[in-house]
Design a protein around this ligand. Structure first.
Ligand code: NAD
Length: 370
């Protein structure tokens, strides 16, 4: 059963997120990718820091291939063309990207622009009739996330979020162990992610482009990690922000702590920051066992330990595994491993509740209650 239908079925059984009730129950038919050489051909939209890491990582891909670019900065084109063998006919600007519709060399558009542009760029990619990957955080809020899902559904294209850790072997093993019951019932989770941010002029500190601060950027790792540590959707949230530098963080959150409560009584205590280093780690405590990962969220190597011993898995290029993993989902119609637009939406619903709790001085916000 695909994750969308699975989720909607749970929803109809009363176990899902009430806030998702407005979504159509049946997805439209998905545009097939038909190419004899079984490759997923990808165009990257937004050629900044992370796009470079993705493009470099994709050199290790077996079935995903970088074939195109979409950029608003023409000066970047020559270098990208040379480095990644991009043909002239696969180079687009934001103004002419609708023409990608007629380009059989591009099956998917990967949106890697500042957070608050994801909504607009995913809608443009869907309108071009191509499958989409959108970087995290999915959007500024759950409303935008729903619109992105609806637009992709209507266009018959798949939407994925760049949650690369779901393809990373140590993280996959942790999730497998949790599902196999190795930890018993998960009782508590403790996840932290963050770093000291530099340049005070960068877009990550401007609300209009970032949507929020540490919570939007790295808090989503703590949050998504809490969801994959437990396999449960939170039913309530409390959250607090501490702001020690009111000038640098005038527009966005600096350090956020948040707590998530699950229907089964599990509480996750999580945090994120933009104002100190060495903030990283995931800890799961269950009735029968435990797991710790540190590093847990970076580009690797990821390291994990459990009550049964170390998690021994290969160190891989996250971006290559993510891109081949998503290519397999599309080309072989495989179920996606919790990186669909719906997974992004579930995170955005919690993010909305976290910001609401912060605005209300830490008030408990119920998100799953009918
Ligand atoms: P960046 O600043 O290095 O790159 C942003 C790109 O967007 C640039 O090429 C810039 O030219 C382009 N852009 C288009 N319109 C713009 C505008 N109006 N203002 C500013 N830039 C504009 O940022 P980045 O680090 O590459 O982050 C991009 C996205 O990728 C973010 O959403 C971020 O959260 C995500 N990201 C994900 C990971 C991950 O591990 N999954 C890692 C880093 C970043």
């Amino acid at each position: 059963m695909d994750s969308r239908r699975d989720f909607l079925q749970k929803f109809s059984l009363g176990l899902g997120v009430t806030a998702l009730a407005g979504l159509p129950a049946v997805a439209h038919d998905i545009n097939p990718v038909s190419n004899a050489d079984k490759q997923l051909r990808v165009a990257i939209l937004g050629l900044g820091g992370y796009a470079n890491i993705v493009a470099k990582g994709m050199k290790d891909c077996k079935i995903a291939k970088l074939t195109g670019i979409i950029t608003g900065t023409p000066s970047k084109i020559p270098e990208w063309k040379k480095k990644y063998n991009i043909e002239d006919k696969n180079v687009y600007s934001y103004d002419n990207m609708h023409e990608i519709k007629n380009n059989p060399d591009i099956d998917l558009i990967y949106v890697i622009t500042p957070n608050s542009l994801h909504h607009k760029h995913v809608l443009m990619a869907a309108a071009a009739g191509k499958h989409v990957i959108c970087e995290k955080p999915m959007a500024d809020n759950a409303k935008q996330a729903r619109e992105m899902i609806a637009a992709c559904d209507k266009a018959g294209v798949k939407l994925y979020i760049g949650y690369r850790l779901h393809f990373e072997p140590h993280t996959k093993e942790l999730i497998r162990m949790r599902k196999a019951g190795e930890f018993g019932k998960v009782m508590h989770v403790n996840n932290y992610a963050g770093f000291k941010i530099g340049d005070p002029k960068q877009w990550r500190l401007r609300k209009a482009l970032a949507g929020g601060g540490a919570m939007m950027d790295v808090g989503v790792y703590s949050l998504n990690g809490a969801r994959y540590c437990t396999g449960e959707e939170p039913i309530w949230v409390t959250a607090q922000e501490s702001k020690t530098d009111k000038v640098k963080f005038a527009e966005v959150d600096e350090t956020v702590t948040f707590q998530l409560g699950s229907p089964g009584g599990m509480i996750a205590n999580c945090g994120c920051t933009y104002n100190f280093n060495h903030v990283e780690g995931l800890k799961l405590m269950g009735e029968k066992g435990w797991a710790e990962m540190n590093p847990a969220f970076g580009y690797g190597p990821i390291r994990g330990n459990t009550h049964l011993g170390p998690i021994n898995q290969p160190d891989v290029t996250h971006q290559a595994y993510q891109m081949d993993g998503i290519a397999e989902c599309i080309l072989d119609n495989k179920p996606d491993p919790n990186v669909s637009g719906l997974e992004g939406l579930k995170d955005m619903i919690v993010v909305d509740a976290i910001y609401e709790s912060i605005r209300k001085d830490g008030k408990k916000i119920f998100i799953n209650k009918a």
